[in-house]
Design a protein around this ligand. Structure first.
Ligand SMILES: *Cc1c(COP(=O)(O)O)cnc(C)c1O
Length: 426
């Protein structure tokens, strides 16, 4: 399918183009394995000499169709689905790193990713330096080392709602000869396409807006194909030198722009196995078919509720990059002129105690560890997702103890506002 088609059309038809008499909807290839007639052909598949399906841990047609749709939406050259967003970010980084390496990441990222980068991958010998997403280029530069392999950040941070200056981060990454990896979960390609601003690799938790119905945990990695691994041959030997586990294949030589995703699939997925199930990929695809219709409504609801909260005397602060006067409003206008996301955060003047009382009184909106669902959900990070952190650590993570994270669903905004009003006033 031509990349010139609009995102709306890709949401509906991208990734799956049935031939005469084939199913209109992406079929669920609920099969671990695929049949071949000659032993030689199967051997060629194992050598990556021929493309074809042989075992679902490595590739499955349903997963590939859905990955291809997300790839088209982001404007990339190749993509892979993973079992979760966590797996996507883990693979995205470990496809470039090994023990002794280092990455730089924005400190304003999802809590699970902070744990991954600062607790788990260090145990594998990969260190991470966290930087302030608002840091100047000079400050960012200081975090880089000779063994740095990637720069990582989120387009709109969960839950801090900082907006990434993608061009600034891309410029610094490229000056140091490393790719910029952007987790685009909150913006989705409907609102922002990081490749257009210089990002090299995009990741997603498809669990959020792409699924959009709180039905399926999943992830995706998309490669722009723009990063020139060979220009930094010695830094990215995993891509530029022979892979002994594939009879000495050199990914960059054999697969060109597809090198990064091919390596992630044939090496990491083969060995670590965090594959998406075809059944779940099917559900994600149903979600994707309406992503372009849902995102504007999530954003409109978020803006309406943000404005309402801002107008109230008992509300201490409201954070939403789509709200006039927000610290990130101008950056959001630049990178996401059509809208940002459906998540807002705010604090009550009564602080932590008032937050708990408010949440308990909500009737329509529910307390959930989730965002980006069609149903409005609310969470108090200091009591829930960031419960282990003390006040000082909360501050470092950009989580105010009073912060209420509010993920606006697709209900009528008047009903949501009425629920908020009664919870604040009763
Ligand atoms: C939820 C989330 C993740 C983790 O995704 P899972 O699908 O829950 O594993 C990663 N990044 C961001 C920005 C998220 O919101």
């Amino acid at each position: 399918m031509s990349k010139k088609r609009s995102l709306d059309t890709i949401c509906i038809q991208g990734g799956w183009e049935p031939k005469n008499g084939e199913p209109r909807q992406v079929p669920i290839y609920q099969s671990t394995t695929f049949k071949y007639s000659t032993s030689e052909q199967m051997g060629r598949l194992f050598d990556l000499e021929e493309s074809g399906y042989f075992y679902t841990r490595l590739a499955n047609p349903t997963n590939d169709a859905v990955a291809a749709k997300i790839c088209q939406l982001e404007g990339g050259v190749a993509a892979m689905l993973t079992s979760s967003g966590q797996a996507a970010n883990f693979y995205a980084v470990m496809n470039l790193c090994e023990a002794g390496d280092h990455i730089v990441s924005s400190g304003a990222i999802y809590g699970g990713t902070t744990n991954l980068f600062t607790v788990t991958i260090p145990k594998m010998g990969v260190e991470c330096t966290l930087v302030n997403p608002d840091a100047s280029e000079e400050e960012l530069e200081k975090a880089f080392r000779p063994n740095t392999k990637a720069l990582f950040a989120e387009t709109i941070a969960n839950p801090a709602l900082t907006v990434l200056d993608i061009e600034k981060f891309a410029a610094v990454a490229h000056r140091h000869g490393v790719p910029l990896i952007v987790d685009n979960t909150f913006a989705t390609p409907i609102n922002c396409r990081p490749f257009e601003w210089g990002a090299d690799i995009v990741t997603h938790s498809t669990t959020k807006y792409m699924d959009g119905h709180a039905a399926t945990v999943g992830g995706c990695i998309v490669d722009s194909g723009n990063f020139d691994w060979e220009a930094y041959h010695d830094r990215f030997k995993g891509l530029t030198e022979p892979d002994e586990s594939y009879h000495g294949i050199i990914y960059t030589q054999k697969f060109g722009k597809l090198a990064y995703i091919t390596k992630a699939t044939s090496q990491l997925m083969r060995d670590l196995g965090s594959i998406q199930s075809p059944q779940n990929a099917f559900l994600i695809n149903i979600g994707l078919e309406t992503l372009h219709l849902r995102m504007p409504r999530h954003c409109a609801n978020a803006l309406a509720v943000a404005r309402y909260l801002k107008s109230r005397d008992d509300v201490a602060w409201v954070s939403y990059p789509g709200l006039e006067g927000d610290k990130y409003y101008e950056l959001a206008r630049k990178y996401m002129p059509n809208g940002t996301c459906g998540v807002i955060s705010f604090g009550l003047k009564g602080g932590r105690q008032a937050a708990a009382e408010f949440m308990d009184k909500l009737k329509l909106c529910s307390i959930e560890t989730h965002v980006a669902d069609s149903r409005t959900a609310v969470l108090h990070p200091a009591s829930h997702t960031h419960r282990q952190l003390n006040e000082e650590q909360l501050k470092a993570a950009g989580v105010d103890p009073s912060m209420i994270r509010f993920s606006l669903g697709l209900e009528d905004p008047e009903d949501i506002i009425e629920d908020v009003r009664q919870a604040l006033e009763n």
